[in-house]
Design a protein around this ligand. Structure first.
Ligand SMILES: Cc1ncc(COP(=O)(O)O)c(C=O)c1O
Length: 303
């Protein structure tokens, strides 16, 4: 018999068949869930979770922004993540902590509503099937939301409607992925990943002033790239700089490091995966898969 997947729910483990929510759950109706996306990788010392503390801090911060009382400490939640990977016997996986209003009434208000938190861990491969050969992207006509509309630093379900509509638009037009610009037309990010450009050997990415989720992978890549001796610049990026970049790549927990070889039908650089992108990509996998001792502090081993 195939073992049922187990989830952590409010501090207890439950089997998949027992994991049920009422159909009128507030977060399902109104997009009021908050979540994280974390990866664990197989390493020579067993499974290791990448930057667990940073992810769970963001989860707790998102809850704070939305005034959601999780009822668990950072340490308890981190423990839940470790345990859920262990109990499901996963060597590498995607981990999804998620908090939601566990309530089945119609009505937008959240005051006094019960909050539940689950943590799921599932086998997960590449997010983009075209990750090795490079993506064809479309600059979306939908702009990225910003903090005047919704907290952009919060990882909340509702933010992802902006991503869904941009992605749908790109897919319908025959592209692999969307690139969103902010309300002033500056490059922001992908629907679920940050973006980096390479121009004359420099790595350029939108900075804190941009309408982006300041991704944990983004920070990791910037640190790693500086350590590798690359010049790294965080600044506003004009849309047309995408077309004239030597290389472009996406970075994110799901996306990892994914080359972009075409934007709006225009080939980027030579139109194939760039040299710097390849270097960054393999250095990233060395780190997450435990082959670079200099970055051990980013890994949480299960054993
Ligand atoms: C909109 C958006 N931007 C960027 C990222 C990358 O963030 P991280 O590297 O923390 O996964 C994500 C993924 O979580 C995202 O959803």
């Amino acid at each position: 018999m195939v073992e049922e997947r187990k989830y952590w729910l409010n501090g207890q483990f439950i089997s998949e068949s027992m994991a049920k929510v009422p159909i009128l759950t507030h977060s399902l109706q109104y997009g009021s869930g908050i979540f994280e996306g974390i990866r664990a990788y197989e390493t020579p010392k067993g499974p290791a979770i990448f930057r667990l503390r940073d992810h769970m801090k963001r989860f707790v911060d998102t809850a704070k922004i939305y005034r959601m009382n999780l009822g668990f400490t950072l340490e308890e939640l981190e423990n839940g993540v470790r345990e859920v990977v262990k109990i499901n016997n996963l060597k590498s996986c995607y981990i999804r902590p998620f908090a939601f209003y566990d309530d089945d009434h119609v009505g937008v208000g959240t005051t006094g509503k019960k909050v539940s938190t689950f943590i799921a861990a599932i086998p997960f491969g590449k997010y983009f099937s075209e990750a090795d050969k490079g993506l064809r992207c479309k600059v979306s006509s939908w702009h990225r939301i910003d903090s005047t509309i919704l907290p952009i630093q919060a990882k909340a379900s509702g933010n992802y409607l902006n991503s869904v509509i941009a992605m749908h638009d790109a897919h319908e037009s025959g592209y692999d992925e969307a690139i969103l610009t902010d309300r002033n037309g500056y490059v922001a990010e992908g629907p679920g990943e940050n973006i980096m450009l390479v121009k004359n050997g420099e790595i350029i990415t939108p900075g804190r002033e941009s309408s982006i989720l300041l991704g944990i992978t983004r920070f990791s890549i910037l640190k790693m790239a500086r350590d590798m001796g690359f010049e790294v610049v965080e600044r506003l990026i004009h849309r047309e700089e995408l077309y004239t970049a030597d290389e472009i790549f996406f970075v994110g927990t799901a996306a990892e490091v994914t080359p972009v070889t075409n934007v709006d039908g225009i080939e980027i650089g030579s139109g194939s995966v760039g040299e710097i992108t390849s270097k960054i990509r393999s250095a990233y996998f060395d780190i997450v898969q435990g082959r670079n001792p200099a970055y051990e502090s980013w890994l949480t081993y299960l054993n």
